[in-house]
Write a protein that binds this ligand. Structure first.
Ligand code: FAD
Length: 402
């Protein structure tokens, strides 16, 4: 009997956890499992704001795939996905082609530019280890340049962040920690550095509890972050951003866009129908047309039936979707009842840099400061434990509060 071929694209939260669950549910004699990723490491996307600000080392945020996935059970292909041909059930890679019986797409997100002129070309985004490391190096280089010029332009030390959602706020928190250290390193007064956040909504962190977002805003403002709320970004140029109805120009050499994500463009280019940049899937996590293709994580548009709104793009959701996906692949092979996705919200905590954080856990309990930071670390360590057991927690974990 031919063994079913399961191909998982992307080793992010969704892809890694699906692969892990598949290896637990099937023996190597039952199925062929292939995991494709463009790097030989998995990275913690939820830590990339720290890499981008330079508050953690790059290597802390990444884990070799062969350290946590049994490569005798899983065929790991270190390659880049180019296109998915769903009609003939193949995937084109940079260096070959794979065929599948079941496909799991976990290729993650890329920046959504909303058609804002210049955003594609001139904005940095916190999107991968490589792109985050470039932000870190770029910021540090600006400090070095500023120090070396006779009459330096203040735009070298003006950092503009677009968006005050979860990623934007967490990145600002890390910048608030990192900038004083860079000032010290390059002998630059702190008041020479400006960090400005531009947000189109009238509030930061839309959807968060009022007390929590006030806490976050005050904590960041106290450390020198300026907010321009209710202000649309109109255009991004190489050396400035143009904002608001009066088209105010803010000169900057560093503009980091955190204002929106969409599915990896490969899914749209492969002919999957998109809703607001993501693939519409049903509660079994498949598109209505393809019953052998699962789409998870930030590539998927999954409706929350209770609220009538789509689930937000979060690691917590991607990880929970992986369980449903692995179960459903087993069901499609051996029969039984397909599971539908229901989100079990364990809470959300945003770090604000250093030992500060805020958020909710266990049905709305609010946490602030050090308590919240400890909880954030527990959440991060729990994921590492699920992926690689206590050894991985010891190597990469955040068991210390700061
Ligand atoms: P990803 O984790 O992005 O993984 C996609 C994988 O696909 C990557 O490994 C990538 O290398 C690979 N890949 C991409 N293109 C190709 C290709 N062409 N070929 C081969 N491989 C490819 N969520 C939370 O729940 N809590 C948080 O605290 C939180 N904090 C965040 C902080 C930041 C700074 C950011 C950016 C996001 C945060 N999120 C958080 C959101 C969360 O990180 C995403 O929702 C989550 O990463 C989505 O998981 P994924 O598996 O869909 O994609």
């Amino acid at each position: 009997v031919k063994k079913p071929k399961i191909v998982v694209l992307g080793a992010g939260y969704a892809g890694m956890m699906t692969t892990k669950r598949l290896t637990q549910q099937f023996s190597p004699e039952e199925v062929d499992i292939t995991l494709v990723n463009k790097h030989n490491y998995h990275y913690q996307t939820t830590w990339l704001h720290e890499v981008a600000a330079g508050t953690i080392d790059v290597n802390r945020s990444r884990i070799m795939i062969s350290d946590v996935i049994n490569t005798r059970h899983v065929n790991f292909v270190h390659d880049t996905v180019k296109q998915i041909n769903k009609d003939d059930k193949t995937v084109e890679l940079e260096n070959g082609t794979l065929s599948y019986d079941f496909l799991v797409i976990g290729l993650g997100f890329e920046k959504a530019t909303f058609g804002i002129p210049g955003m594609e070309e001139h904005a940095f985004s916190i999107q991968s280890v490589d792109k985050s490391r470039m932000i870190r190096d770029h910021i540090e280089y600006q400090f070095s340049r500023y120090r070396n010029e006779q009459d330096p332009d203040p735009s070298m030390l003006t950092i503009v962040v677009g968006g005050a959602g979860f990623t934007g706020i967490e990145f600002l928190g890390e910048l608030a920690e990192r900038i004083p250290a860079l000032c010290k390193k390059y002998d630059i007064p702190r008041q020479d550095v400006k960090i400005i956040d531009i947000e189109a909504m009238s509030t930061i962190l839309p959807g968060f509890d009022e007390d929590l977002l006030s806490y976050a805003k005050e904590s960041l403002e106290a450390r020198g972050i300026e907010f321009k709320l209710g202000t649309m970004i109109k255009e991004v140029k190489e050396d400035r951003v143009i904002v608001g109805e009066d088209r105010e120009e803010i000169k900057t050499d560093t503009f980091v866009w955190t204002g929106g994500v969409q599915a990896n463009r490969i899914v749209g280019e492969s002919g999957f129908e998109l809703t607001k940049g993501k693939v519409n899937v049903d509660a079994t996590l498949r598109t209505p047309e393809q019953d052998d293709v699962f789409i998870l994580g930030d590539c998927a548009w999954v409706m929350n039936e209770e609220t009538g709104k789509p689930y937000p793009p979060t690691a917590q959701i991607a990880i929970q979707e992986a369980d449903v996906c692995a179960h459903n692949i087993r069901t499609l092979i051996y029969g039984g009842t397909l599971r539908t996705f229901h989100f079990d919200n364990k809470g959300t905590v945003a770090s604000l840099g250093g030992s500060d954080a805020m958020g909710t856990v266990f049905e709305g309990n609010k946490l602030y400061g050090m308590q919240a930071k400890v909880m954030k670390n527990v959440i991060d360590d729990r994921y590492l434990f699920m992926l690689g057991g206590p050894k991985l927690v010891l190597r990469k974990g955040k068991f210390r509060p700061f």
